[in-house]
Design a protein around this ligand. Structure first.
Ligand code: TRP
Ligand code: SF4
Length: 420
């Protein structure tokens, strides 16, 4: 079982797709005009309804990207991946929303709000250093009443059995975990509130451990709306939590058929959806569109196994001094063989190599260059020593530049819509 609070064993991504009904990202890759390197390389391996975002990008319709960070420990390259995805979607025309999950860090991890503010600000600076532009909305959960109020409303639509089924809660699970989950659902739905221009496609880039939150949120959209629909042949079947509202549907321009408890509407599905959403907004409903999501692979710990914020040797922080970072990288687990002779003969195994992962996820943008490294590794032409040296140079370069940009970001904070 994968929940936001426990990931056990090695992840089988293919099984994850099948078991939870996440769609493989590869099916959409060709319809994206200039995909991000994490997309091209299959590191973003799955999605839900990402076609909505592709469509919005193509038609230049309004869309948003939203994700959150729990300010509970050092900011590392796992966080950078999500940050890169937010920045990329913003560049592609999305409105960016970033939650600093201080309520979660406080309630679940026991950090003081003083501490979460300090760590959270470090995250914000790195985000800006990585290219986030100032039309983004960045907020600390505890300071955002809109999110807290929405979470409170959402709580009426979920019961304990569902929480049990989705998150594996048991009788002695603290309610704080349910609380935190609903706050996160509110984070995800906030970009669609009237204050932010109403319903729109929203993509949430996350690791697969966050998928339960997305399943819950997607379910909640349907329940919060006045109207919910399912596809039927030639149209949509519409239901409403307020049945008298169904009559309003039959007054739309489409061909409709009234039944006890639902209306069937015939015509072009996206047009019907749009008309119903407009009607819903007119009637005072939310008209939420189920959020889309993309899932990236977990970052491997430097020494193999899971990366853990309680084990500094298992990750490189974006704030590590270059010498410290390089030392960690030099000790990292590679796909190298036991001896140089053996490696020359058999070649290395980049697919098992943390250093190669660093190249692919972060250090090398050019696909051709990455392919060459892979070849030199598998052919035995390159040995791990020189390979690590090269990776270290790139890493130092990145960290130095990041540090400079963070200093610049400090001066730019005032230009951002920042609620803290
Ligand atoms: N729970 C997430 C984590 O532990 C952080 C988070 C908070 C989040 N709100 C969010 C992620 C909204 C995605 C969307 O990392
Ligand atoms: Fe990894 Fe480089 Fe060694 Fe290949 S040569 S196993 S990519 S460190």
């Amino acid at each position: 079982m994968i929940t936001p609070w426990e990931i056990e064993g090695v992840i089988d991504y293919r099984r994850l797709l099948e078991e939870f009904g996440i769609s493989p990202f590869s099916e959409l890759l060709n319809s994206i005009s200039s995909p991000h390197r994490l997309m091209r390389r299959g590191i973003i391996f799955g999605h839900r309804d990402y076609w909505r975002i592709i469509e919005a990008m193509k038609k230049r319709e309004e869309f948003a990207v939203m994700s959150g960070f729990m300010p509970s420990g050092a900011i590392h390259f796992g966080h950078k991946m999500t940050m890169d995805e937010i920045v990329w979607h913003q560049k592609m025309g999305g409105k960016a929303f970033v939650a600093i999950a201080d309520m979660e860090a406080h309630l679940v991890r026991g950090l003081s709000y003083e501490k979460t503010k300090q760590i959270g600000m470090d995250y914000v600076k790195s985000l800006i250093a990585l290219g986030l532009e100032n039309d983004a909305f960045i907020y600390f959960q505890s300071k955002n009443d809109l999110v807290k109020d929405l979470a409170y409303e959402l709580s009426a639509e979920v019961n304990i059995n569902e929480m049990r089924a989705i998150y594996g809660f048991s009788g002695d699970t603290p309610i704080s975990k349910a609380f935190v989950s609903l706050i996160q659902s509110a984070d995800i739905l906030q970009p669609q509130l009237k204050r932010f221009g109403g319903p729109k496609a929203v993509v949430v880039p996350v690791g697969a451990d966050q998928d339960p939150h997305l399943r819950l949120t997607r379910d909640l959209t349907a329940r919060m709306n006045l109207f919910s629909f399912e596809r039927i042949e030639n149209g949509l079947r519409v239901r409403s939590r307020k049945e008298e509202m169904l009559r309003e549907i039959s007054e739309l321009v489409f061909e409709t058929k009234m039944f006890e408890g639902h209306v069937d509407v015939f015509g072009e599905v996206s047009e019907i959806e749009k008309a119903i959403r407009e009607l819903e907004l007119k009637l005072g409903g939310f008209g939420f569109i189920p959020p889309s999501s993309i899932y990236h692979k977990f970052t491997t710990g430097l020494t193999g196994g899971k990366m853990s914020s309680s084990k500094p040797e298992s990750y490189i922080s974006l704030l590590d001094e270059p010498e410290v970072a390089v030392k960690k990288l030099k000790n990292a687990l590679t796909g190298g063989r036991a001896t140089a002779e053996e490696q020359k003969r058999l070649g290395g195994e980049p697919e098992k190599c943390v250093v190669f992962e660093f190249y692919a996820y972060h250090l090398i943008e050019n696909d051709e260059e990455l392919r060459r490294i892979m070849e030199d590794c598998t052919s035995g032409k390159m040995l791990c020593g020189s390979c690590k040296k090269f990776a270290s140079e790139l890493l130092i370069e990145f960290l130095k530049e990041h540090k400079e940009k963070r200093d610049e970001a400090e001066g730019k904070l005032g230009d951002f819509k920042l609620v803290f």
